[in-house]
Design a protein around this ligand. Structure first.
Ligand code: ATR
Length: 277
């Protein structure tokens, strides 16, 4: 049976084995998918051993996405733009690195949440790896405006400059949080890691245009603190990042197997499991 795995450290709580098992059942693909704990100082060795044992592909999570980028022999344009790799295809002719996170976000927004992106004003909070991974797919969906706001302002400005060549007609800019005062957006995406430490990005009030969606890349039971704050600030709709997790997995599955699973029922079932605790 073809073998796949998600590799990270820690890895015990990863939902990826459950998601890919559901995709495999649904599409009738015979494959095994496990969780692989790599020592912090031996990502490359862990990948090499898995490959030598016949492993066909890996999802890569914290803290190895940059090492996976460096390890790949070839990379997709979206992985090059993201500067990070979350999917490795282990072929006889070498290792292909891809990044499906941003595509997963855009698919969740457009297909699951029916949130149109073309012509919209998008605010992306944070200027780390999560933001970088999302930028190319978001620009490709042709919003009117893409604003990157970050606590450390210069990182947002530099990221906007780095992606200006990909922006086409999209107005892309970087700024600090204070510069958001009196601005309105149709979609606000939290790509900061603030919630990991129970914090909120310090945002000025009144960010949400009429009908706006607030999206948190984090997920969990109930609303995240960012989504609660967004509702209090007038967001019409909120969504967490569980759909992005399932969609990035579907994108990896499609790359490996050439078959695209129907993600909606898998997402619905996973949501039920999480809400049930
Ligand atoms: P990731 O790969 O998850 O994006 P990262 O590259 O470490 O992680 O980036 C974390 C992002 O969250 C950064 O944009 C960081 O802001 P700084 O560049 O100013 O450090 C942001 N972040 C982390 N904690 C935050 C907080 N409490 N408030 C606002 N932004 C925060």
């Amino acid at each position: 049976m073809d073998r796949y795995a998600v590799v990270g450290n820690p890895i015990a709580h990863s939902k990826s084995p459950w998601i890919h098992a559901a995709f495999a059942r649904q599409t009738g693909q015979a494959l095994a998918y496990e969780a692989l704990l790599a020592p912090l100082d031996d990502f490359a060795g862990t990948v090499a051993r898995f490959r030598a044992e016949g492993g066909r592909g890996l999802n890569v999570t914290v803290p190895f996405k940059l090492e996976a980028f460096a390890l790949a022999d070839r990379r997709t344009p979206r992985a090059e733009a993201a500067g990070a790799v979350n999917t490795l295809a282990l072929g006889a002719d070498g290792i292909l690195g891809d990044n499906t996170d941003g595509a997963g976000l855009v698919r969740d927004l457009s297909l699951n949440l029916h949130c149109p992106l073309a012509g919209r004003r998008i605010l992306l909070l944070g200027a780390g790896g999560a933001t970088r991974g999302a930028l190319l797919p978001l620009l490709d969906s042709a919003p009117a405006r893409l604003c990157i706001a970050n606590r450390t302002r210069h990182k947002a400005v530099e990221l906007a400059q780095a992606f200006a060549a990909h922006a086409g007609t999209v107005r892309i800019e970087g700024c600090g949080f204070e510069a958001l005062a009196d601005q309105r957006f149709d979609l606000v995406i939290n790509a900061t890691s603030a919630s990991l430490s129970g914090e909120l990005p310090p945002l000025p009030p009144g960010l949400y245009a009429q009908g706006a969606l607030a999206y948190d890349m984090m997920y969990g039971r109930g609303h995240t603190p960012f989504l609660r704050a967004a509702l209090a600030d007038g967001a019409a709709r909120v969504a967490d990042g569980l759909g992005m997790l399932v969609e990035q997995a579907a994108e990896s599955f499609a790359l490996w197997r050439g078959v695209r699973p129907d993600s909606a029922p898998v997402l619905a079932e996973l949501r039920q499991l999480i809400e049930a605790g």
